[in-house]
Write a protein that binds this ligand. Structure first.
Ligand code: TEU
Ligand code: CA
Length: 550
């Protein structure tokens, strides 16, 4: 059994602040809006809140481009609002996780303004510059650039700067000790305010080989292998641990875990004194085309990671966040017939695995994709610049739009659906991104009143996890790996054993299990009945049941 820790036992609720609750009618969610909803969050039973970045930012990438790490984005409120929010969170016994975006800053950060102003400016080495008289630097691919180029020419000093993300997100030079000291000071500033955890954005990319050697053709298909886990990453993490993490009762989670299981262990194993948790992308990457996923792969990915982390290290469990489309639309079934049952099944899954579950706002009520069909509806820079790039590359644009419709990040960023009033109670003004039309059917207020709602099922499942340590720490054993429809596993801790049965399909399916003889009452079930005989159980479409075996 792994060592115990509060951050292993929690359930994280992730809030995209722009879209959660607008308190002043400007159409943009804000900190006071979150404060208004703290009792709601408390009622979910979750005990950690992670907010996407709330720092001052020109919003080229919705806050992932930071212009001041010690100030709050004006649209979101003030530092006083932040202090009130943090107090409100702590008063309710909830921990707070801060997003730390330090692979890059905004080009509007004072550091970058200084850095680009002249070659001998003291901030010059805060970023990666390549003097143009040395010729063009070797190609680097960019996630968000409209040409797919990570080097941007800047005429002021006749040099290129590096940006793995957008042109307005220049990469910070971590090889410069001054940059690292700035980051640790920023983290201490927030830890002194009382934040309980840090989510390190795009962190596997910070350390770089600053000779920028030529990389093999097509390397971007294995981007993490080439961009991730740079030469000095671990020594920087040990430094961060010594200066910051070890001094407070905080944990830190890395976004990205390298490209191998060993990479991931090297980040989080306790003996390394680096980070406490990491999340890998293999689960969300299961759906990255119109073909969707297949259950065999899903089982394989989750089983592989669980097995590897059974004794040492700790990972996050999630199927959604602000970088992907909605969980029900990708992994469940968002048709009116199956939307609710499949949402309940997926939440049952996330909350019955080992690892800290991260639940994205709106998934507790089964929010679905918005399915835009015209490029003018999109707001996300990844979609807008991806569109420009596809056009200039001569891609099949009808296919491109179909993919965007299913997979775009905007699908997962629409306003929270609170009630059936105009704009779902999110704002009294014009929402920055439209509310999904289905808000009259899918909203918190209606689901609160319905004991069989997705929301009440979620609350019940969180409670079950809290009351059964076996669901947190218990050993995971996959049953009948080859079953085409059903994901079945047990969780075992000392004498406690729980059986989890999940039908991932839209048809009935049977599974034969000798264990069933011992079954009495289900702990939780997203249907009213259990259809079992002596040793066979038949699951309805997307049926999800937990049984106590011992
Ligand atoms: O994402 C980092 C990351 O690796 C992304 O490339 C992710 O795979 C991509 O967004 C999918 O389209 C983080 C944040 O989560 C993301 O929201 C930011 O846009 C990005 O860093 C830059 O800060
Ligand atoms: Ca607002």
């Amino acid at each position: 059994v792994p060592d115990k820790a509060w951050w292993k036992e929690g359930v994280v609720y992730q809030i995209y602040p722009r879209s959660f609750k607008d308190s002043n009618g400007d159409g943009v969610g804000d900190l006071n809006g979150i404060i208004e909803k703290l009792d709601y969050i408390k009622s979910l039973g979750v005990n950690m809140i992670w907010l996407n970045p709330i720092y001052d930012s020109p919003n080229d990438d919705n806050g992932y481009d930071i212009s001041d790490y010690r100030a709050i984005m004006k649209e979101f409120g003030s530092m006083e609002d932040f202090d009130n929010l943090l107090k409100g969170i702590h008063d309710r016994g909830i921990k707070f996780v801060m997003d730390v975006v330090v692979n890059h800053s905004s080009d509007e950060h004072e550091w970058f303004k200084q850095s680009r102003s002249s070659r001998d400016n003291p901030y010059r080495d805060y970023y990666h510059w390549w003097p143009a008289e040395n010729g063009k630097p070797n190609y680097r691919w960019s996630f968000f650039d409209e040409k797919g180029e990570a080097w941007k020419y800047d005429s002021i000093t006749n040099a290129y700067y590096l940006h793995y993300f957008s042109q307005k997100q220049p990469d910070l030079n971590w090889e410069n000790p001054k940059v690292r000291q700035e980051v640790y000071d920023i983290m201490k500033f927030w830890a002194d305010k009382g934040v309980d955890g840090f989510r390190l954005d795009a962190f596997q990319f910070v350390s770089k080989d600053t000779t920028f050697p030529k990389l093999p053709e097509g390397y971007q298909k294995e981007i993490i292998k080439y961009y991730g886990m740079g030469p000095n990453l671990h020594s920087y993490l040990k430094e961060m641990y010594n200066q910051v993490l070890s001094k407070y009762d905080v944990f830190a989670v890395s976004e990205g875990a390298g490209s191998t299981l060993k990479d991931a262990h090297d980040l989080v194993d306790a003996s390394r004194n680096e980070l406490q948790m990491a999340y890998h992308f293999e689960s969300v990457d299961l759906v990255n085309s119109l073909d969707g996923y297949n259950l065999a792969n899903l089982k394989e990915v989750f089983t592989k990671w669980d097995t590897s982390f059974a004794k040492n290290g700790w990972i996050s469990i999630f199927l959604s966040n602000h970088d992907v489309a909605r969980i029900v639309s990708r992994f469940g079934n968002d048709s009116p017939e199956f939307r609710d049952v499949s949402a309940k099944m997926l939440n049952t899954f996330l909350l019955s695995m080992r690892g800290t579950p991260y639940i994205y706002y709106g998934d507790e009520i089964g929010m679905t994709n918005i399915n835009f069909d015209s490029i003018s509806q999109y707001k996300d820079i990844a979609a807008l610049n991806g569109y420009k790039k596809a056009l200039s590359d001569g891609e099949d644009m009808a296919l491109f739009m179909k993919k965007l419709n299913f997979l775009s990040r905007d699908n997962g960023r629409t306003p929270m659906q609170w009630d059936d009033s105009k704009n779902s109670g999110f704002t009294s003004g014009e929402p920055w991104l439209p509310v999904n039309d289905n808000y009259k059917d899918i909203n918190v207020s209606a689901q609160n009143k319905d004991p069989n709602s997705v929301l009440n099922h979620f609350i019940k499942m969180v409670k079950l996890r809290k009351e059964n340590e076996v669901l947190v720490y218990g050993k995971y054993d996959l049953l009948q790996a080859e079953h085409p429809d059903i994901y079945a596993y047990t969780r075992t801790l000392n004498t406690e054993k729980i059986l989890v049965l999940l039908n991932f399909t839209n048809h009935e399916s049977k599974i034969e299990l000798p264990e069933i003889k011992m079954i009495l009452e289900p702990l939780i079930n997203n249907y009213k009945t259990v259809d079992a005989t002596e040793n066979t159980i038949s699951l309805k479409p997307y049926q999800a049941i937990l049984f106590k075996l011992n």
